[in-house]
Design a protein around this ligand. Structure first.
Ligand code: PMP
Length: 411
């Protein structure tokens, strides 16, 4: 498949991802569901196979050779993640099972330590349920209140409201770096600066940010940054919580068990040091090794190349979609990543998705686990095409032909 605009050897890139060459219903797969999860390069698949077939053994607990190798690979993976997001220290990188688990950890643990009756937590209207519900649960437990930054008609945040939404009662702000439902980029740096003026920490949900551009948690100066391995070309079941040491030191663990302890007696338990205090039980260390390999893959491909390729795809897809009659795009701003969320006339997104599927095109339909932002626009859901660097202009042409087919069948 030749993509004239590609900034790198797209055929070689695509050949790294085995799933991309499969067919569905006899049609070549067009995979535009990268917002939900990304495909895995063979380098990641091989790293996982190697871990299970050459040195698999539980970490941190053994004196034997295989346990040493597994432990060393796991801790090297932590170092790889640290350097990828430019955290100051490995102690600030906690492995979890994903973004959802990371946010739940912070909501529980930060809540236990710092939230009291009447306090406020500030999120935005475009959050994924994973960045709403854990805070809601914590607010219920603590008799605190959830406040919400509203969204403009183009899907951007109404930041003019920040000054009065951040009050002396606000204890933490939690916002997405990029909206999964609309693709809109959130000015998190500006929000962090405003919150820090009042000494309020900020959690950034990077589930849709980490794979689309350089992330430097020190430049960003966020207090917490969370992401999932599976959305950044790594394995499922592994994720990251970055937290500034000053917060993590103070926060209590939220799960008890092996590895997170220093000394256990029936009278009292003392906890392990960071980051192990937050890693109870056997963590998905093979997943961590796979994730580190995915980040190596990104570095070898070049994040700048990825950004350029995705920007080209976004412009092309935007042009073609907008030139197609009867389409309404949600998140209609230039400041977005290569996610296009749209509806075709009055056609239900689910019907459109089914027809596109029969043409081999994988898009996501529905509320994208972000019901409040759908309600904001008075809709139940959209069709979401989420593109990434291994996609091509030719695939966008296939999507456009698919949309025309949907229109011809349903209108
Ligand atoms: N936040 C955002 C912005 C997301 O896009 C997602 C996944 N769609 C999540 C949180 C939850 O991620 P996970 O299911 O991997 O925990």
């Amino acid at each position: 498949m030749i993509n004239k605009s590609a900034v790198f050897d797209i055929d070689k890139i695509r050949s790294d991802f085995p799933v991309l060459s499969c067919t569905v219903y006899g049609k070549k797969l067009v995979y535009f569901d990268n917002g939900a999860t990304t495909q895995k390069p063979k380098q990641v698949i091989n790293a996982i196979t190697e871990a299970y077939s050459k040195y698999y053994s539980n970490i941190h607990r053994g004196v034997h050779a295989l346990s040493d190798i597994s432990s060393e690979k796991y801790e090297s993976a932590r170092e790889r993640i640290r350097s990828f997001i430019n955290a100051s220290a490995k102690e600030e990188i906690v492995f979890t099972s994903g973004t959802t688990a990371s946010i739940n950890l912070v909501a529980f643990s930060f809540g236990e330590r710092y939230i009291s009756q009447g306090d406020e937590v500030l999120i935005s209207e475009l959050e994924h349920h994973a960045n709403i519900v854990p805070w809601q649960m914590m607010c219920e437990r603590k008799d605190a209140h959830l406040r919400v930054i509203p969204v403009n008609d183009d899907g951007t945040l109404h930041l003019e409201d920040l000054d009065h939404l951040i009050t002396e009662k606000t204890k933490i702000v939690a916002v997405s770096q990029v909206s999964n439902a609309l693709g809109v980029i959130v000015p998190v740096k500006e929000i962090i600066e405003k919150a820090h003026e009042k000494n309020i920490p900020v959690l950034v949900d990077g589930a849709q940010g980490i794979q689309h551009g350089h992330v430097d948690v020190r430049k960003l100066d966020c207090d917490f940054y969370v992401f999932s391995g599976h959305k950044v070309y790594g394995p499922t079941g592994i994720g990251v919580l970055y937290g500034k040491r000053e917060w993590l030191e103070e926060m209590p663990p939220c799960q008890g068990g092996g590895d997170m302890v220093e000394r256990v007696t029936f009278e009292k338990t003392t906890y392990n040091e960071l980051p192990f205090k937050f890693e109870a039980g056997t963590v998905n260390f093979v997943g961590a090794i796979g994730l580190a390999t995915a980040l190596e893959y990104i570095e070898a491909t070049g994040m700048d190349n990825i950004v350029r390729q995705e920007a080209d795809l976004k412009v092309y897809a935007d042009e073609r979609i907008k030139a197609t009659g009867g389409i309404r795009v949600y998140g209609n701003t230039q400041n977005k990543i290569s996610i296009i969320s749209f509806l075709i006339d009055k056609i239900h997104p689910y019907d459109a998705g089914l027809i596109l599927d029969k043409m081999g095109i994988a898009v996501r339909t529905g509320s994208h686990c972000a019901q409040p932002i759908m309600a904001r626009f008075g809709i139940d859901g959209t069709i979401r095409a989420s593109l990434c660097f291994y996609n091509t202009r030719e695939e966008i042409d296939i999507l456009i032909a698919g949309i025309e087919k949907v229109k011809s069948m349903m209108l």
